[in-house]
Design a binder for this molecule. Structure first.
Ligand code: GDD
Ligand code: MN
Length: 391
């Protein structure tokens, strides 16, 4: 069992269920800002306000509730105005529409020291907020309302595909955090910690995961919740948004694992280049051209595809620079890599390894490995080097 789960369990068990509410009452002495991103949620807004109001009154919590709306124009603004509650606001954003940027804008506008983020569609139970705050005040930095810790659940009619989809996405985030449900859009943190976040890049839906990684949170706790299916309105999670998750997770990996991640992509591109090489080779051979030409063709085409893929993915931060110069550099680095490959192999087989028939193969493999490493370093630090802006 991971430490985080243990922590989550310990937290849950530390205080018996019935006492937790009284406990929460004492704990929530700090004012909260609840941020809710909305897009066409006019049916859910009054229902959520009602549940938050009940919570606020039951525990005498000082809080503000901010809806961050993306020009829904479905009566959401009017619905909020009609409540006449001074602690509820709705803000019409302009600019790019999106769940994550809406949440970040909301956090920046929030006035209270503790921030809570939740969905508007009543999937997230506001009644659990006291427990999130309880965990926060017991030394945690980030507290998730979680479906995947013991006691957590989702509505039964989650089809197999939706479940699988959610599980795979969660698994992909495992190297970044050991939280069980880092995809959750229901969480709490301190505003002071949020303000320390560097380089927030709010792409897609997973704002919680983005915050855990970019704020470098180590103490993450999870409070079990029941995730209810939405009843009113529709989900905005399109396939396009799901694909954005892949982009997001790639960026987070690069942020966390830097060079290792660049190298991994470089290797994958290299492997794809080998496949391209062999395909082109056989295609040219089929036309009846001589082997010498076919071999050269395979190399030339794979050199170009490798370059394009590396420029697009491995070293995507350098895409704004002159591609011709980069291509020349890339070919140069490949040539150096080749020379290193040959030199290392020759040296090993003639001066280091014992005289055995297998030695030449070891030498060749070592040559390939060192050539590749040089090739990578040359590209990473010369051809596609990062530019730092001088002050
Ligand atoms: N401002 C704004 N702009 N709000 C948006 C946008 C947008 O472009 N898109 C969605 N929202 C709001 C919705 O109105 C809702 O309040 C909340 O964000 C979640 O949107 P849903 O469309 O209901 O998303 P979901 O249920 O598929 O996803 C939820 O669960 C996932 C885990 O299964 C979210 O909480 C995700 O963050 C979470 O990963
Ligand atoms: Mn939803």
């Amino acid at each position: 069992m991971s430490n985080l789960v243990k922590q989550g369990l310990a937290l849950r068990d530390a205080v018996p269920q019935e006492e937790q509410e009284t406990f929460a009452k004492i704990v929530i002495s700090t004012p909260l800002s609840i941020i809710v991103p909305t897009f066409r949620e006019c049916e859910n807004i009054p229902r959520l306000i009602e549940r938050v109001r009940a919570l606020k009154e039951a525990h005498d919590i000082s809080l503000e509730l901010i809806f961050m709306d993306d020009q829904s124009r479905d009566g959401s603004v009017e619905v909020v105005a009609a409540t006449g509650l001074d602690w509820v606001r709705i803000l019409e954003r302009d600019g790019e529409r999106g769940l994550s940027p809406a949440v970040i804008d909301g956090f920046r506008l929030a006035r209270n020291p503790v921030l809570v983020c939740m969905d508007c569609d009543l999937s997230h139970p506001p009644e659990k907020i006291p427990q999130l705050i309880l965990a926060l005040s017991s030394g945690q930095q980030f507290v998730i309302g979680s479906r995947y810790v013991p006691g957590g659940s989702t509505d039964d009619d989650w089809g197999f595909l939706r479940w699988l989809n959610s599980r795979i996405a969660t698994l992909m985030a495992r190297p970044l955090t050991s939280a069980r449900d880092p995809m959750s859009g229901f969480f709490a943190l301190r505003r002071a910690d949020f303000e320390k976040a560097r380089e927030l890049n709010p792409v897609g839906y997973k704002i919680g995961l983005e915050l855990i990684v970019k704020c470098g949170f180590e103490n993450v706790a999870e409070v079990p919740i029941h995730f209810a299916d939405r009843v009113y309105g529709e989900s905005k999670l399109t396939l396009k948004e799901q694909l954005k998750y892949l982009q997001h997770i790639r960026r987070l990996y690069i942020h966390e694992f830097g060079n290792a991640m660049h190298f991994l992509q470089f290797l994958v591109v290299g492997a794809s280049g080998t496949a391209v090489n062999l395909l082109v080779l056989s295609a040219i051979l089929l036309t009846g051209l001589p082997e010498a030409v076919s071999l050269a063709g395979g190399i030339a085409v794979s050199l170009v595809t490798n370059f394009l893929l590396n420029r697009r993915f491995t070293f995507s931060y350098a895409r704004d620079r002159n591609p011709w110069k980069q291509f020349a550099g890339f070919v140069g680095a490949s040539a150096v890599g080749l020379a290193v490959n040959y030199g290392v192999a020759l040296y090993l087989v003639s001066a280091v390894l014992p005289e055995r028939p297998t030695s030449v193969y070891f030498a060749a493999l070592a040559g390939v490995a060192s050539g590749m490493l040089f090739n990578f370093l040359g590209n990473r630090y010369l051809v596609f080097r990062k530019r730092y802006i001088r002050r």
